[in-house]
Design a protein around this ligand. Structure first.
Ligand code: ZN
Length: 319
């Protein structure tokens, strides 16, 4: 029995997925992330792994490797986190090394969107054996992860695909990064919710992002304008990824895409507008280009399991 664990350490929760040697899930757990300091962060991650092991009915002795996705800039060579504001790690921190000694197994660390891109690549293979894929994550922020020629692509500074901070509207709002009109400041979840500030739900509360999509689908004119604008920018982001990396597939995931068809249909309409304007766009943006990650497929967590180091440790006798 050899178990691998995939971990998705988010700003609010940490999720663990345990799989056996044939890749079957055997245990899962979720705990609130403790961002009060690096030591507590690591302790909570270990607790989450222990919970998943308990659920699976196995001891830690069976664990052989861990793959971890974190929201931040990761040095993929040494496993240091350079900057992860959501985890309160603003100084470089050797998270892979510390987790490895705490769990007693080799650990590989990856940026969370890149881990999800790897999970999305794995999912797509069932229906389409593509070699080049972009995964566009739209949630609290916007970022892409890339798989090129069957390999995760990181770039020179582990920043490939960080398109959320490309300025796409000089007249747009100022972004948290300091620039004006970043894609993220126009089309991520908080931007959608802020734009809908004047629309209220029946109980008088501001609308959630999913409710704005639902309102647009019902024909609410203000919500329609917001979603059309968001889709306009996201369609251009998809086109940008296709033209920069010549990928066969763009998979969309992240919290905002959980609106499902209410998210997908306006985006498909915006892509159709691009196709109608240009024969080049028509050739490069075929209908089958985009897919949404299914809501029951956790690309980040599965990607994290899949990046766990492939080692064959000594298995204690009798197991
Ligand atoms: Zn920005």
């Amino acid at each position: 029995m050899r178990l691998r664990v995939g971990l998705d350490i988010g700003g609010t929760k940490t999720a663990a997925l345990l799989v056996n040697e044939t890749g079957q899930p055997v245990g899962e757990a979720e705990c609130p992330t403790d961002i009060s300091g690096p030591d507590r962060l690591v302790s909570r991650v270990v607790e989450t792994v222990e919970l998943a092991l308990q659920q699976a009915g196995h001891s830690r002795a069976y664990l052989v490797a861990a793959g971890v996705g974190v929201p931040g800039q990761v040095d993929s060579i040494n496993g240091d986190v350079r900057l992860a504001v959501n985890l309160n790690l603003t100084e470089p921190y050797p998270l892979a090394e510390v987790l490895s000694s705490a769990l007693g197994v080799p650990v590989r660390l990856e940026n969370d969107v890149r881990a999800a891109a790897w999970g999305a690549f794995h999912w797509v293979q069932d229906s389409e054996p593509v070699r080049n894929l972009a995964y566009l994550s739209i949630g609290t922020g916007i970022a892409a992860g890339l798989v090129l020629d069957g390999q995760l692509y990181r770039g020179a500074h582990d920043m490939a695909g960080e398109i959320g901070h490309i300025s796409v509207d000089p007249a747009g709002p100022r972004c948290l990064c300091g620039a004006v009109g970043c894609l993220e400041a126009l089309a991520a979840g908080p931007a959608i919710a802020a734009a809908a500030g004047t629309i209220r739900s029946r109980n008088g509360q501001p609308l959630s992002t999913a409710e704005v999509f639902a309102a647009a689908r019902r024909g609410d004119p203000h919500a329609c304008r917001i979603i059309e604008r968001v889709s306009f920018f996201l369609a251009r982001a998809v086109y940008l990824l296709v033209m920069t990396y010549d990928v066969e597939k763009v998979v969309l995931g992240g919290g905002v895409t959980r609106a499902g068809l209410a998210f997908e249909e306006p985006l498909r309409n915006a892509l159709a507008d691009l196709r109608a304007d240009s024969s080049l766009a028509a050739a490069m943006l075929p209908e089958r280009l985009i897919s949404l990650v299914p809501t029951d497929y956790n690309a980040g967590l599965i990607g994290a399991v899949l990046i766990a180091p492939d080692t064959v440790p000594d298995i204690p006798a009798g197991r």
